[in-house]
Design a protein around this ligand. Structure first.
Ligand SMILES: CCCCCCc1ccc(Oc2ccc(Oc3cccc(O)n3)cc2)c(O)c1
Length: 255
């Protein structure tokens, strides 16, 4: 897949284990230019280090806190000024209080619920609203989700509810923006050990279950997920919108 001449915004690289970093590697290999957004100076430093390992020269890192509307507006204005426009966005951002990602969902606090839905689901809508001001023709937005949006998975709790809202948001954004030629999709990734997965109770149990029972009898990795993200961002997926593409060794098809 040749993505030379294309520019993509990647939101949500924390470190080399991030799924968003897998997408960065895939896009870089295809020759695309990447712009990173970062929550803070600390993450920017880490991204700078990682980006220097890539083939391309991806030197634009813009801070963006998706919990603040005016910050998302400022960030995409800045990205446009520095790039002259871009072809797509990977939204790889989510958060829930870790004490609510174990035990019973009925214990979820009102504030914890609001926070998880705000950062993990609402942020896709405001990111899409600001990005579309500057996105080139036939632009594409991709976000990351998990099977816990569709089925009750142990410990995933309020993040599962947030991801269900995220997947519905993908459909409503696709419905609205299709006539402008913009596509919106999600990759539903199998469990992968990352900074975030450590916040989910008994995470290791599901890794073992997949190795033993999933059709491919193995777990997936960041680059496999990244390849699917790059595909959905690219024109190879020009006829696909409002879709949730599972990259999970086939686990989600099983009873
Ligand atoms: C039975 C469920 C086990 C598989 C969970 C797979 C998974 C792993 C990581 C995921 O992304 C998260 C998870 C928690 C999360 O909230 C966090 C992350 C770090 C610290 C903290 O306090 N909360 C943010 C993103 C995610 O959405 C899904």
């Amino acid at each position: 897949m040749n993505l030379e001449g294309k520019t993509y915004v990647i939101m949500g690289v924390a470190n080399k284990r991030s799924l968003a970093w897998g997408a960065a590697q895939a896009l870089d290999k295809a020759g695309a230019k990447i712009v990173f957004t970062s929550l803070s100076e600390r993450f920017s430093k880490e991204i700078e280090k990682l980006a220097s390992e890539l083939e391309g020269d991806h030197d634009i890192i813009v801070e963006c806190d998706v919990s603040k509307d005016e910050d998302v507006e400022r960030a995409f204005k800045e990205i446009n000024e520095k790039t002259g426009g871009f072809d797509g966005v990977l939204h790889a951002i989510a958060f829930a209080n870790k004490e609510e990602l174990k035990g019973g969902y009925s214990e979820t606090s009102r504030d914890g619920f609001k926070l998880a839905l705000d950062i993990s689901a609402y942020s896709l809508a405001v990111v899409t609203k600001e990005a579309k001001k500057y996105m080139n023709e036939n632009g594409s937005v991709v976000t990351l989700t998990y099977l816990g949006a569709e089925r009750a998975m142990p410990n995933y709790n309020v993040m599962g509810v947030a991801k269900a809202a995220l997947e519905a948001s993908v459909r409503y954004l696709a419905f609205e923006l299709g006539e402008e030629g913009m596509r919106v999709n999600a990759v539903s990734a199998g469990p992968i050990r990352t900074l975030s997965s450590s916040a989910v109770g008994e995470f290791k149990t599901i890794l073992k279950e997949i190795e033993e029972r999933a059709p491919l009898r193995r777990n997936v990795d960041q680059v496999e997920v990244g390849n699917a993200v790059a595909f959905l961002l690219s024109d190879f997926a020009s006829g696909i919108t409002g879709e949730v593409l599972h990259v999970d060794s086939g686990y989600s098809i099983m009873a």
